[in-house]
Design a protein around this ligand. Structure first.
Ligand code: MIG
Length: 697
């Protein structure tokens, strides 16, 4: 059951598609809560007194700052799931998280926010409920950070909608939420192939070289992402003719190699009187403006940029239709970047900074501390709150300050593309994944999890994020495998791919200046070929589960506790996941380990793959086990009376035979599997003939 509570005058985010009548009163579970900072002492006042005080009374009391929100007192054993793209574990307890989309390439253990804003969570304990706060501005979820047993939520202002969801199970709560926000974006089947990417392929020859290496080594490959270097001076919807001459021919040549070229699009449009997109945008008034009515300018990769007002439906349509520049060249997939939006700095802030630096160096030499603080201040120029507060969107004829709707920017950029694709290519699925996102964007594209590092802890973080993303409906998603920043090692890449073979978006991506991380850069190419080959063998299962999760508003990856609610240990398991209907995965996440401990909530069949054809099986009892998994081995666990469908593999998705599949089953009485299959490319997903039962006795 879903109950809706409207507070104040909420902004219409269009995250929710279901019509739900609002209830009277205030939302259950959480009590109204205020936190004050009293001048001359910050002793907490009695809540009963505080929440009823008027603004005037508070001012009289010398309140320096006050945060308004809600509080829930957690039981010791309560587990909190959700919040989508965030750091830390599956159980979000013990930290504070902020929804305010941020381009932060340092996913350290102490950051509070990343690129997306996903305000849905479930509290599971003596009481069990889910809450979605539909609010496009900044929210803080203090999940036992300030007080270990209190869950406090603070919103910038009290104009929002709360949806409180109760259900018969954790899965049921998620399903109701997902039905409410609409069906997830469905990627073309080829986009579940392996993707090689790097910010650093500078020209067509670089791309050809990568593809040749993969094909020569017989390591499967379906896509190459091209990063900002393919554009002419980082101008969206242009091509650098020197680096990528005859782009259309390159696209065709790649298609003959069964590889899709996937270009990046950035949010900022270069401010340039000789650039057609900028000229059009200015003419039509489609860019975000400052209070004085002139266009806001911020510096990003192209230099000074204008920012399309994606909240304006006309501007959205205009920008979306520009993707046809590339669609017409044979492109059928894109990634949307820098759409928080990322801003390196604005002119105004830069001049202020220059002033500060001048003063600092004027009279005397700065101290060490001053230099440190200067470095911090320079960092603060990036993605600065002041900038976000200084420009406006036009929504139904009204000016809305960007800061208040910040989290909707990337969502609506991707929506612009998604809506255009539906119009321009009604019969074909186009690949789209974005960096920034908000609930609702899941209907138009997937996401990748941004600029992680080549760190073992980030491999673990990748695993933790997967079920949280499934909850939010971002089913086509994945992290940069091998890590984006810093230098990868061969063993880390192998282990990371051993998780990546299960995620719908399976992309190896890395940053300029880091160690090259294509699989052929390392010694045991054969092992990489076998692991990636296993992905292609598993594709019938992964695609079928992915599609069913999309079509039925379900989770693809689940924490163990979602399937074994009665099992009191299951909620403790932070490094294993249920994947689809039949299996549990337990990747090795630690360097130099030749195996790991695995918890089995019930008897299961272990399958240890060295390749799709070379594997062994073993039945394991419920309980704790140490399971070996050498560097080139993948262990999975099949549940009782469930089965796995496998193909004979292939070097590209189009070579995979999805009709004639093999099975590996754990038969106790009878293993049953519902196998989904379609052409992988059209938009007629729901036909009955796509579902087939496979039974094994
Ligand atoms: O400021 O386009 O997250 O995947 O390679 C960095 C260059 C801009 C950030 C993306 C990353 C991409 C990079 N971009």
């Amino acid at each position: 059951m879903i109950r809706k509570y409207v507070y104040g005058k909420p902004f219409e985010t269009e995250a929710v598609v279901q019509k739900i009548e609002a209830c009277e009163g205030t939302m259950p579970y959480f009590d109204a809560y205020k936190e004050t900072d009293l001048a001359g002492g910050s002793a907490e006042m009695e809540q009963s007194v505080l929440v009823n005080m008027t603004e005037a009374q508070l001012t009289e009391m010398n309140v320096k700052s006050m945060k308004s929100g809600f509080r829930y007192v957690m039981d010791k054993t309560d587990v909190v799931y959700g919040l989508g793209e965030n750091i830390r574990g599956i159980n979000k307890r013990g930290w504070h998280y902020t929804s305010y989309a941020d381009d932060n390439p340092h996913h350290h253990e102490d950051v509070q926010r990343l690129y997306g804003a996903h305000n849905f969570f479930i509290v599971d304990g003596k009481k069990r409920f889910g809450i979605f706060l539909d609010y496009p501005g900044e929210i803080t979820f203090d999940v036992g950070y300030t007080h270990k047993d209190e869950f406090r939520i603070f919103l910038k202002d009290m104009n929002f909608v709360a949806y409180v969801i109760e259900g018969s199970s954790l899965k049921d709560i998620v399903k109701q939420f997902r039905q409410m926000i609409g069906r997830s974006y469905i990627a073309p089947r080829w986009a579940l192939g392996y993707c090689q990417s790097r910010w650093g392929y500078e020209n067509a020859e670089d791309v050809r070289y990568v593809v040749k290496q993969y094909r020569d080594n017989h390591v499967p490959l379906d896509m190459i992402c091209v990063d900002i270097d393919y554009m002419d001076g980082y101008r969206n919807f242009t091509i650098d003719e020197k680096a990528y001459p005859a782009f259309e021919e390159l696209v065709q040549e790649m298609r003959q190699q069964k590889v899709h070229l996937v270009p990046i699009i950035d949010a900022g449009v270069k401010a340039d009187p000789d650039y057609y997109v900028d000229v059009e945008g200015l003419e039509k008034g489609y860019f975000c403006k400052k209070e004085d009515g002139t266009e806001f300018v911020g510096t990003v990769w192209p230099g000074e940029c204008h920012f399309p007002d994606f909240l304006n439906p006309e501007a959205r349509k205009w920008f979306g239709h520009h993707y046809s520049f590339l669609l017409n060249k044979g492109i059928d997939g894109f990634w949307n970047d820098m759409n928080e939006p990322a801003i390196f700095y604005s002119k105004r802030q830069m001049s202020e900074m220059k002033e500060k630096i001048k003063i600092m160096f004027e009279d005397s030499l700065p101290t060490d501390q001053e230099i440190d603080s200067l470095a911090w201040k320079l960092q603060d120029l990036k993605n600065s709150r002041k900038d976000y507060q200084s420009f406006y969107h036009e929504v139904n004829g009204e000016q809305v300050c960007h800061d208040k709707v910040h989290n909707l920017y990337g969502y609506n950029m991707t929506r612009a593309a998604g809506e255009a694709f539906e119009e321009l290519m009604p019969d074909k699925r186009i690949l789209m994944y974005s960096r920034s996102s908000y609930t609702g964007m899941h209907r138009y594209g997937g996401i990748w999890y941004g600029d992680n590092y080549s760190w073992w802890s980030h491999l673990k973080m990748n695993l933790s994020m997967l079920p949280a993303m499934s909850m939010q409906g971002f089913l086509y998603s994945g992290a940069d495998l091998g890590g984006f920043g810093s230098d990868v090692t061969e063993d880390l890449l192998l282990r990371w791919l051993e998780l990546g073979i299960f995620t719908p978006l399976m992309r190896n991506h890395s940053a300029k200046g880091t160690r090259e991380q294509e699989v052929y850069q390392f010694t045991d190419i054969d092992a990489f070929g076998r692991i990636i080959g296993l992905r292609y063998a598993l594709l019938p299962y992964i695609y079928s589960e992915y599609m069913k999760a999309c079509l039925r508003d379900e989770m693809l990856f689940r924490p163990l506790a979602f399937d074994y609610e009665e099992d009191t240990f299951a909620s403790q398991v932070e490094d294993q996941l249920m994947l689809g209907d039949s299996i549990m995965i337990a990747p090795v996440l630690q360097q130099n380990a030749t195996g790991r401990y695995v918890y089995l909530p019930e008897e299961m069949k272990l399958v240890r793959f060295r390749s799709s054809t070379d594997y062994e099986e073993e039945i394991l009892q419920a309980g704790h086990h140490y399971v070996t998994a050498a560097l080139d081995e993948v262990v999975i666990f099949i549940r009782p009376d469930k089965l796995l469908v496998l193909s004979n593999g292939g070097e590209s998705v189009e070579d995979v035979d999805f009709d004639n599949v093999k099975t590996i089953a754990f038969v106790k009485k009878e293993a049953v599997y519902e196998y989904y299959q379609d052409d992988g490319n059209s938009r007629y997903y729901d036909k009955e003939e796509h579902f087939r039962k496979i039974v094994e006795k």
